[in-house]
Each structure stands twice: as C-alpha cells, then as structure tokens.
Ligand binder design. Structure first.
Ligand SMILES: Nc1nc2c(ncn2[C@@H]2O[C@H](COP(=O)(O)OP(=O)(O)OP(=O)(O)O)[C@@H](O)[C@H]2O)c(=O)[nH]1
Ligand SMILES: [Mg+2]
Length: 338
C-alpha cells in the first residue's frame, strides 16, 4: 500500500472527537459515557468546582478560574464564569481546538455549564477547524418554577445560543419524566446512554468504513448546517422498521415542531438480518415524518451475527428556532402527589 495514503488516513482521524462536560451535569454525563466506553474519543471535564472534578475519574480535567474562585464553584453566577473563561481562552482553545468535532455537554440553570456552553461554542467555531456540537440539557419544569435565578440563567443561555445560530442539540429533562419511578441519577443515566449511542454511532460512521458510510468532512458539513436539533433513539425488532421510527419520534427528548424542510442524520445498528429493505423502510418513514427533508444522511453498522433488534440513533435538525423556549413553556408541570 502507498505509505502516504496510510499516513493521511492516520492524520485525518487523529484527534477526531472529544466529549467535554461543562459544570456538574456535563461532567456527570461524560463520566457515564466513559463508564459505557467511548474508544477513540477524548473525555474532558471543565468545571469551577474542584470537588466535583476530583470525584470524576475523567482523562483530562480543567479547573477554571481557580485563582479567583479557589475551586469552590461559581455560586450560580454566570458572569464570574465568563470572566474566568475569558482569562483562560487561550488555554481552552489550545486544549479543545485540537479536535475535529467537540461535543460540549451542559445542564442549563447553574452558573458554570450555562455560561460555558455558548462561550465555548462561539470560541471553537472561530477556530474554523473544530466543529463544536453544543448539547443543552433543559432543566425540569419544577426547577424553573421554584428558582428565578436558575430560570434567568437558562433563558440567558438559550438567548445567546439562538442569537449565534448554527447547531444546538437540545434535550429536555422534562421528557425524561416517563422514567420518574427511577432514582434521579438513573434517570440521567438513561439520557446519557442515548448520548453515548449518538457519539459512538457517529464515531462508527466515520471511523469504520462500511458499505454506506459517511466521511468526517461529510459529517461535519451536515452537522454544521443542522441548526436547532434534537436526538431520537429507538430499538425495535428488525421486522418492524416502521414501529422503530414511530417509537423514536414518540419518545423524543424535546417537543418540537418542524419547519418546511428539516434534516436528519440516521444511524442504524443491527445484525446480518438487517436488509436493504429494512433500511429503505426506515428512510421512507423518516421522509414521511419530515416532509421532504432538506438532507437525509445515513450510515449503518452491520454485525456479522443475526440480531433481532435494530438500534437507531438520529439527529433531527432544522427545528423551529424558538422551539427550545417553547419546549420549556409547554412542558407540563409536575403533578401533585395523590
Ligand atoms: N447533577 C446533574 N444535574 C443534571 C444532570 N442532567 C441535567 N442536570 C441539570 O443541570 C442543571 C445545572 O446544574 P449543574 O450542572 O449542577 O450546574 P453547574 O453548571 O455545575 O453550575 P454551578 O454549579 O452553578 O457553577 C440542573 O438544573 C439540573 O437539572 C445530571 O446528569 N447531573
Ligand atoms: Mg456545579
């Protein structure tokens, strides 16, 4: 084989992906993903709270603003976090700007994650090499109703993200209420497992060439133009692709409405009995759901053995710009216990 081809292949895929947890919720999510296994993805946590960082065995940890905040957290104040981030801008760009695609994870409402999500999304976007994928966990309705400071932080962050335009993946905690019988960390783990599926599927799409694969530049191009997006996840019997799509749409992590032309990135993971017909049926269901999508990008991973279940992970983009706020406003409030 031509040596230079091998060298280019290695170079193109070195430092391709990182997941970066911002603040407590972001750090917890990265930790859960690491526990599930994210080979080939650098895991990083950034926080103002040294104790939270200390407790997370994550590859790379960045304590922000330690001179001023002395590792004691932000006290929910976005402005001190922004000042600290501004001071450390160069270091953040040096450490995070080495990757092609950087998933930024934050729960909105506190000081650290809420301030860092738009700050880093904007800063990394300016590097032109790194594509930031900001992922916002929208808080439970009850948190918004009971804490005005948190509510202000959430809206300030959403406004900034909306103004910036571009890709934002929004997932609402309220949509996890169907798991309300589970302890809270388990509820968050469910969502983090979906995110883990997303990240590993995307890595799979570009790192393991298959019959229907997408290259790194294609993935970046698609995500860059996806706008306000959310994540769909479904698992269903291989003989029922329509139900797979139906289930995924009915259990989305954001209430959304679709504009004229949405886009979708669909990844299917199944066994040797996942046929061309399965794939065609999934894609035609998507087309029915999304109207005539602006773009539908898909990848598959076929395992050599037969598997009865097909797993689908999809990013649906081009949602209406105000959907994030609508999702918060429309979320039902917590029912009184009987
Ligand atoms: N701890 C935790 N909180 C989560 C998780 N997912 C979502 N959240 C939400 O994340 C929001 C922000 O909380 P934190 O992440 O603790 O806040 P922070 O970014 O560390 O900000 P400060 O501690 O105020 O500096 C809360 O409103 C929670 O609803 C999760 O997996 N773990
Ligand atoms: Mg915190």
């Amino acid at each position: 084989m031509d040596d230079s081809i091998e060298a280019w292949a290695t170079l193109a895929h070195r430092n391709a992906f990182a997941v970066v947890g911002l603040g407590g919720a972001g750090g917890d999510a990265v930790h859960d993903m690491l526990t599930l296994g994210i080979p080939g993805v650098q895991a990083i946590a950034v926080n103002t709270d040294a104790r939270h960082l200390k407790d997370k065995p994550i590859d790379e940890r960045i304590l922000l603003g330690h001179r001023r905040l002395r590792g004691s957290g932000s006290g929910g104040d976005r402005s001190v976090v922004l000042e600290a981030a501004e001071e450390s801008r160069e270091e953040l760009v040096r450490r995070l700007g080495r990757y092609e695609i950087v998933f930024l994870l934050a729960g909105l409402g506190g000081g650290t994650g809420s301030a860092l999500l738009p700050f880093l999304a904007r800063t990394l976007r300016e590097t032109e090499r790194t594509l930031p994928v900001p992922i916002a966990f929208l808080p439970f309705q009850i948190e918004l109703e009971t804490n005005a400071d948190r509510r202000d932080n959430v809206f300030a962050t959403l406004e900034e993200l909306e103004e910036m335009g571009g890709l934002v993946l929004a997932l609402s905690n309220e949509k996890l209420r169907r798991f309300e019988a589970l302890p809270l960390p388990r509820v968050f783990q469910v969502r983090n497992t979906y995110l883990h599926n997303l990240v590993t599927s995307l890595v799979d799409m570009v790192e393991n060439p298959s019959q229907l694969n997408v290259d790194l530049a294609g993935l970046k191009g698609h995500l860059r133009e996806a706008g306000l997006s959310t994540l769909l996840h479904g698992e269903y019997h291989v003989t029922e692709p329509d139900r797979l799509v139906h289930q995924a749409f009915s259990e989305t992590l954001l209430d959304f409405s679709l504009p004229e032309r949405a886009s979708a990135l669909v990844h299917l993971d199944g066994g040797s009995n996942m046929t061309l017909r399965t794939l065609e049926r999934v894609l035609s269901c998507f087309r029915r759901r999304l109207g005539e999508p602006r773009r539908l990008l898909f990848g598959t991973r076929v395992h050599p053995e037969r598997r009865e279940v097909v797993r689908m992970t999809a990013v649906v983009g081009g949602l209406k710009p105000r959907t994030m706020r609508d999702a918060l406003d429309r979320a039902p409030s917590i029912a009184e216990p009987a």
